[in-house]
Design a protein around this ligand. Structure first.
Ligand SMILES: Cc1ncc(C[n+]2csc(CCOP(=O)(O)OP(=O)(O)O)c2C)c(N)n1
Length: 375
């Protein structure tokens, strides 16, 4: 199935707005969105709930339903605006969801996707959203019929979801871009690990940042026990780090975040500043993109995370633009009390052979808890 075809079918249904957060299962669809030549207005929102907000506002102003696309992990973020605003028992605002299905039962996937994958269809049933599942064998006629049914449901002021299995969308012209930043993320992460004292606790964000830290830590130290990888729950790494830092004021805690994740639940930053944990250090690796799932721009290229943290009330903020400056992080942490935020701009891209954690998620959690007890 071609993304461009589906996008023009959406336009034919009267949809002129599409908003969402990118997903790896929808990578070809997301690429298609970036290169689409029709007149759909596209927003990459900070989180999936925000995309539902855009869809509601669009409908209020135009009477046209919008489309919201996302990974099934984003269902959690849509539940509140869907159940308490868009649902037919409240305002009855129609919208069409396109949902990438990670963790489909019977298909091997990473631990963070297994349970979410199992409950995906059930969640839509509970949310009173009618759905259809599509895959690479779905024919053009079947898709036409699904969209026709969706159109009738939207007419009633209800919502419809198209749940997309892996491999459904074909590769068309890939979307590529450069943000112009010279430093490489994995190299920067290796330098960060090397400059931090070994006993530092690190909480890292969802996606390739954690996978690269895992491999770099193994390369440098032979283990990764001081690393808690926030493999799911995108956007929550900094609050997890705050929880650790508050319980262990004797310990330096570093959160290594991504720009997409920091945007997703940005309310964490003023809250962390309000708690003023002296042992808390926040590093935002900013590539202006959701690189882990195909490098779609976050759309917030103008945003300075250092300035936001400063305004939120962090004690010290700085943008580190060279490896030399990154190498000073360990020394800076010894000298400066938290909360501190370092923003590090990096380019796009990652190794094709980047691995995944070899242990179970529970084993990694146990290792991190043991590490906290040991030091
Ligand atoms: C709630 C939720 N929505 C979407 C995803 C899919 N996802 C995984 S990693 C990622 C991108 C993270 O971007 P960023 O934090 O900037 O880090 P980068 O990948 O660029 O290093 C996305 C969108 C997810 N895991 N959870």
């Amino acid at each position: 199935m071609k993304a461009s075809k589906v996008l023009s079918q959406l336009e034919n249904m009267g949809i002129d707005t599409i908003a969402g957060v990118p997903d790896s299962t929808l990578k070809q669809f997301c690429d298609g969105l970036q290169t689409y030549e029709g007149s759909l207005r596209h927003y990459v929102t900070a989180n999936e709930g925000a995309a539902v907000g855009v869809a509601i506002g669009t409908y209020l102003a135009s009477g046209r339903p919008a489309c919201v696309y996302m990974q099934n992990s984003g269902i959690g973020n849509i539940v509140n605006p869907l159940a308490s605003l868009a649902n037919g028992d409240v305002y009855g605002v129609p919208m069409l969801f396109i949902v990438g299905w990670r963790g489909e039962p019977g298909v091997k996937d990473e631990p963070q996707h297994v349970f979410q994958g199992k409950i995906t269809c059930e969640l839509f049933e509970t949310l009173a959203v009618t759905y259809s599942v599509i895959d690479q064998n779905t024919t053009a006629e079947e898709m036409e019929a699904i969209l026709q049914e969706a159109g009738q449901i939207l007419e009633r002021g209800d919502q419809f979801a198209i749940i997309v299995k892996k491999g459904t969308f074909e590769k068309e012209a890939p979307f590529t871009w450069s943000n112009g930043n010279p430093m490489e993320r994995e190299e920067v992460l290796g330098h960060i690990l090397q400059t931090l004292p070994r006993e530092t606790a690190i909480v890292s964000t969802t996606g390739k940042i954690s996978r690269e830290l895992y491999e770099q830590s193994d390369r440098i130290y032979g283990d990764h026990e001081n690393l808690f990888m926030t493999v799911g729950g995108m956007g929550h790494a900094s609050m997890i780090a705050l929880g650790v830092a508050s319980k262990r004021p004797d310990k330096t805690v570093v959160c290594i975040d991504g720009d997409g994740a920091a945007l997703m639940h940005m309310g964490a930053m003023p809250f962390i500043a309000s708690q003023a944990p002296e042992n808390f250090y926040h590093i935002v690796i900013n590539n202006m993109a959701h690189e882990s799932v195909g490098a779609m721009p976050t759309g917030c290229q103008q945003t300075s995370f250092a300035e936001i943290a400063k305004a939120a009330g962090y004690r010290t903020v700085e943008k580190l633009e060279t490896l030399g400056a990154v190498d000073q992080i360990g020394k800076r942490i010894q000298e400066e009390k938290g909360p501190v935020l370092f923003e590090i701009p990096v380019g796009l891209g990652s190794r094709a052979d980047l691995g995944r954690p070899k242990e179970s998620a529970r084993e990694n959690k146990d290792g991190f808890m043991e590490f906290l007890k040991k030091y």
